[in-house]
Design a protein around this ligand. Structure first.
Ligand SMILES: Nc1ncnc2c1ncn2[C@@H]1O[C@H](COP(=O)(O)OP(=O)(O)OP(=O)(O)O)[C@@H](O)[C@H]1O
Length: 304
């Protein structure tokens, strides 16, 4: 049995000392999934049971089984990253959790309440930030609060607090077009946090950013996770990003989309203890994991 994250990361000599401990759990034999099936529906966290999503083909096109028999329990406070080749159903899974896409079969619940539509208890950050260019940065962050009827004073107080959390406290009254791509993505994160959701859902939020900006927002996300203890579900194509951020990594495979690996990882906790992303990403255990996960994501092009 693998040691817990905490045990791994309390060792003083990061990164070398964890090298011998960071082994994958047995593939596919995910005890959390089988235990989850025995739990009552009112249990806390996000529960996905026997989820399938089929898109109906238009005209001559046949149906696509985008997700098949997904079983997943995400406990409160986990940072779960889903990685997988294009078309394996990552966005579909996130959209079903968000309530944007309906399940064809199976059930989803958050803290015991069925998920069947979008709700403020699930905040979404998209790859394209979807900010309103005619609103100031502050009003973009507070937009959801306005739609929920909060007064200006209260929503601006929350907006300022969230902008400070993402490192943009001096940009509250700027226009969106005055911000770089990375800053706009920070606004998107602040906006999602403003509604104080139980779960943050992030759909390739850093995909369009340069490497330096990308890494700085990865670090920001981990600090926000540490401060807020929010449950996070994050999808990416990028294996290094997945390894760095995830407290738990799920690897998906296409045709039909399904979960083929479910692994607990130590690197996010190690970053929060060491504050040294470069040392972690260049460490031997990280590189071993990168090669292992690349082999799972693209076995035909990446020999073990
Ligand atoms: N609205 C839709 N109608 C029909 N088929 C769809 C629709 N959305 C997705 N699909 C199909 O479902 C499968 C899963 O798509 P999805 O976008 O969820 O995968 P993904 O892993 O997020 O891909 P990518 O990484 O390229 O974004 C693909 O075969 C895709 O073509």
């Amino acid at each position: 049995m693998a040691k817990s994250n905490l045990q791994l990361c309390q060792q003083p000599e990061w990164p070398d000392s964890i090298a011998s401990n960071v082994e994958p759990q047995s593939a596919e034999a995910d005890t959390r999934i089988s235990a989850d099936l025995l739990q009552p529906a009112c249990e806390s966290g996000l529960h996905i049971r026997n989820l399938s999503v089929r898109y109906q083909g238009a005209g001559q096109h046949s149906d696509t089984l985008a997700l098949s028999q997904i079983n997943l329990h995400i406990a409160k406070g986990e940072f779960v990253v889903a990685v997988g080749a294009s078309g394996c159903g990552k966005t579909t899974l996130l959209n079903v959790i968000a309530g944007f896409t309906q399940a064809s079969a199976g059930t989803l619940s958050l803290n015991g309440a069925a998920i069947d539509s979008a709700s403020a208890n699930r905040g979404v950050v998209f790859q394209k930030h979807a900010l309103m260019p005619w609103l100031s940065v502050l009003d973009n962050v507070a937009l959801g609060l306005r739609l929920r009827g909060l007064g200006k004073k209260q929503r601006h107080a929350i907006g300022h607090e969230k902008l400070e959390q993402v490192g943009l406290k001096d940009f509250a009254h700027a226009s969106i077009w005055q911000l770089s791509g990375g800053m706009q993505q920070r606004v998107g994160i602040a906006r999602a946090l403003a509604s104080d959701p139980d779960v943050l859902l992030l759909d390739e939020p850093l995909g369009a950013l340069d490497a330096f900006t990308r890494e700085s927002i990865q670090e920001l996300l981990l600090r926000i996770w540490q401060e807020t203890r929010k449950t996070i579900f994050f999808i990416t194509h990028d294996v290094e990003e997945a390894l760095f951020l995830a407290s738990r990594l799920i690897v998906m495979s296409p045709r039909p989309g399904r979960i083929v690996q479910d692994q607990t990882l130590p690197f996010s906790q190690a970053y929060l203890q060491s504050d040294n992303a470069r040392a972690i990403k260049s460490s031997a255990p990280f590189i071993e994991w990168r090669e292992r996960v690349l082999g799972w994501v693209a076995p035909s092009v990446h020999a073990p």
